[in-house]
Design a protein around this ligand. Structure first.
Ligand SMILES: Nc1ncnc2c1ncn2[C@@H]1O[C@H](COP(=O)(O)OP(=O)(O)OP(=O)(O)O)[C@@H](O)[C@H]1O
Ligand SMILES: [Mg+2]
Length: 274
């Protein structure tokens, strides 16, 4: 099966800082991939490349098998790649319904004048959100009245409803309550059921094991591990994140990789099985 997205040898330099080097990664429809790594590992940089916010300095990106250029966030969105940051996704002062339809507003004619069709936008937003289990009091309320978790849900609901193919979440649950987090994790599962590919950055391994199918670990800008969730335990993944000196061998034991590191290719070639 052709991957939805394929990254080949992606590198990103900022002046003399190398944020990413030689990242190969395949992402498929209908899977949730957790992108893990310590602070500064390169996770946000990688998703910014996928969302058109950064142009990689090397490598190429294939979307549905074809090479693409993601020069701007609009380019990414046009392909169906939707990225959510905690506070960047919605416009606080606008209503839930307007935010839901942002860039895709519904209009109606009043005599010769075309005006926004608030009633239809409200009705559609409520229905679409309810369809994936998100219930808001009133879609005419401004987003500013919503909690962080509710905002995340609106943004996820919007991506699901308008048929985005890729949903990228950069630490969506870091500021949420337990209840809100549980809901957002539920919406991630709904997105997967809708055949979306979800890329999920978090420092919370417990969440990873609740929703992710696969996990990819970055360390100092390199991909150091890639596993199906069932192949590893939470503790082993924590070790992978904490130490770039170690990786898991086939039996889940640690082995040192000083030799491969000094050869300049830390842990390269680890691929998921199956
Ligand atoms: N615009 C930039 N200019 C210069 N350096 C940058 C820029 N963006 C990121 N970097 C550097 O690239 C490296 C990777 O940063 P990135 O934000 O991708 O890390 P991260 O894995 O998302 O970390 P965190 O978990 O703390 O969010 C860091 O060393 C960072 O300082
Ligand atoms: Mg980050």
């Amino acid at each position: 099966m052709t991957p939805l997205i394929e990254l080949e040898g992606i590198g990103q330099r900022f002046g003399h800082i190398t944020a990413l080097s030689d990242i190969d990664l395949q992402l498929h429809a209908g899977e949730v991939v957790a992108l893990l790594g310590d602070n500064g590992a390169g996770k946000s940089t990688l998703v910014k490349i996928l969302s058109g916010a950064h142009r990689p300095t090397s490598g190429r990106i294939l979307f549905e098998g074809r090479p693409v250029r993601l020069d701007t966030p609009q380019d990414a969105r046009a392909l169906g790649i939707e990225t959510l940051y905690q506070d960047l996704a919605l416009i606080p002062r606008m209503s839930i319904a307007r935010n839901f339809h942002l860039g895709r507003e519904l209009t109606r004619l009043v005599g010769p004048v075309r005006v926004l069709d608030h009633a239809r936008m409200s009705a559609q937003a409520s229905q679409a959100l309810a369809d994936i289990g998100i219930h808001v009091r009133n879609t005419d309320e401004p987003v500013v009245s919503l909690s962080g978790g509710e905002r995340q849900s609106i943004a996820i609901g919007r991506a699901v409803h308008f048929g985005s193919k890729v949903l990228i979440l950069d630490e969506p649950t870091s500021a949420l309550s337990i209840g809100e987090t549980r809901k957002v994790l539920g919406y991630i599962r709904s997105a997967r059921e809708n055949r979306m590919c979800v890329i999920f950055i978090t420092h919370n391994l417990h969440h990873v094991f609740q929703v992710a199918d696969r996990l990819v670990v970055l360390s100092q800008g390199r991909k150091v591990a890639e596993h199906h969730k069932d192949e590893v335990t939470e503790e082993q993944v924590a070790d992978l994140i904490m130490s770039e000196h170690q990786e898991l061998d086939g039996e889940g034991r640690h082995r040192h990789t000083e030799q491969s590191r000094s050869a300049g290719s830390p842990n390269k070639g680890r691929q998921p099985t199956g």
